[in-house]
Design a binder for this molecule. Structure first.
Ligand SMILES: *[C@@H]1O[C@H](CO)[C@@H](O)[C@H](O)[C@H]1NC(C)=O
Ligand SMILES: *[C@@H]1O[C@H](CO)[C@@H](O)[C@H](O)[C@H]1NC(C)=O
Length: 393
């Protein structure tokens, strides 16, 4: 009865071979280069390689024999877009490189190889996706607009809030368009009716990207520490590989942090007065004056999957009692004296000075202090995108 076992073994190997042949699957990005894997058993002599799109066995996608590429019968849709790694064929690499990937390229491909050791067929399933990078969310007056482009296959866009609202958010407008390449762009607007976090989720094929936006206000007391939160909806516990950028009034950099390098950097005049708390991507402001304390602080957290924006309007709460001196009554003469001294000293020695209280908030390896700055940071330079976000606010 030994032959039955042998038969079963042969059938099992045959099934294994078939499933193995269908296993390879690649996702190619439209307009980019893509590699379709195929291997040959190492051999000495001549080799024949034919790549076919499985549904079209007549004209090959690419052919190679007699030691060179043979383009005569090539399917015209692939003209100029295919190549083999010719130097790597004899070590056993018959992979196909396909450039400028198109929507029509998706489907099943067959790699037929023939050597002195025998013939083989391998299959590769090719799926295509758009070069979908990010989702943008903007706020103008009380209208939130979410948009994305470079999408394939047909995208969907969903609005939600955090905390979730009882009623479904109905978009005011929603539009999907496709360009000549067959890539989709999508845009949708909603009215902002609460101070919840608004989340826009765009999905195309296997890829999902989200963008969220939140606005709030906080009151601060001069001389007291202030924590400004930046809470990525539902992601804080497993937030990784992100960049964080804190801006003031939409353009002046306050602090940046990159989680991959764990490097944070504070910028003047906040340097020495701002601390990254490492918790909920918030910052702590310490001992700031009126100019740099009240205003619009915004954080942006970016990963490959999402983008979160949070804007916090910080108001200064006056502490002074009826008879007490206005802080400016002390600060102004002190500042005038400091400016005069610095002006005189600065001519000879261009020395950087910083507020004495800064040291507590300056990390050990951070010895450079800020130039004395009496004005609000300039609004001319900076992040146009962030400005776009806050227009009309
Ligand atoms: C074939 O060679 C290319 C180019 O070096 C490489 O990227 C690819 O992984 C190789 N494929 C296989 C199946 O070995
Ligand atoms: C939202 O926050 C703003 C201040 O940023 C406040 O004036 C407004 O009342 C809040 N709206 C709601 C619905 O809570």
């Amino acid at each position: 009865m030994a032959w039955t076992y042998e038969l079963i073994l042969v059938v099992l190997l045959w099934i294994l071979k078939i499933t193995e042949g269908q296993n390879a699957q690649v996702t190619c990005v439209i307009s980019k280069r893509c590699m379709l894997p195929c291997t040959i058993e190492p051999h000495g002599g001549d080799v024949v390689i034919h790549w076919y799109q499985a549904k079209n066995n007549d004209n090959p996608v690419h052919s190679y024999y007699l030691g060179k590429d043979q383009p005569f019968y090539q399917d015209s849709r692939y003209r100029g877009r295919t190549s083999l790694f010719t130097d790597l064929i004899s070590p056993g690499n018959a992979s196909l490189s396909l450039t400028d990937v198109k929507i029509e390229d998706q489907g099943r491909y067959k790699c037929y190889t023939s050597t002195t050791k025998g013939n083989d067929e391998q299959f590769v399933k090719v799926e295509v996706e758009g070069p979908f990078k990010s989702v943008d969310i903007t706020l103008v007056t009380d209208t939130l607009t979410c948009s994305s482009e470079g999408l394939y296959p047909t995208p969907t866009l969903v609005w939600s809030t955090d905390p979730p609202s009882d009623t479904q958010i109905q978009p005011e407008t929603a539009e999907t368009q496709s360009n000549a390449q067959g890539l989709f762009s999508i845009t949708s607007s909603v009215k902002k009716t609460s101070n919840s976090t608004y989340i826009c989720t765009v999905t195309a094929g296997q890829t999902t990207q989200t963008s969220s936006l939140k606005q709030q206000s906080l009151s601060a007391k001069e001389g007291e520490d202030l924590i400004i939160p930046c809470s990525v909806p539902g992601a804080n516990a497993n937030l990784k590989d992100f960049t964080l950028t804190w801006l003031f009034d939409g353009n002046a950099k306050v602090l940046t942090f990159d989680s991959r390098t764990s490097q944070s950097e504070a910028y003047c005049p906040w340097k020495g007065h701002v601390k990254y708390t490492d918790k909920e991507t918030a910052i702590t402001l310490h001992n700031l004056n009126d100019n740099t304390l009240s205003g619009r602080y915004s954080c942006e957290v970016v990963t490959t999957k999402f983008r979160h924006l949070e804007e916090t309007e910080v108001f200064l709460q006056s502490e002074r009692g009826p008879g007490g001196p206005h802080p400016a009554a002390i600060a102004v003469p002190v500042a005038v004296v400091v400016i005069i001294i610095v002006g005189l000293v600065g001519i000879v020695v261009k020395k950087k000075i910083c507020d004495a209280t800064a040291t507590a908030f300056t990390s050990e390896n951070d010895n450079t202090a800020c130039e004395l700055q009496t004005d609000k940071p300039s609004s001319e330079t900076g992040n146009a995108e962030s400005q776009k976000l806050t227009n009309g606010q």
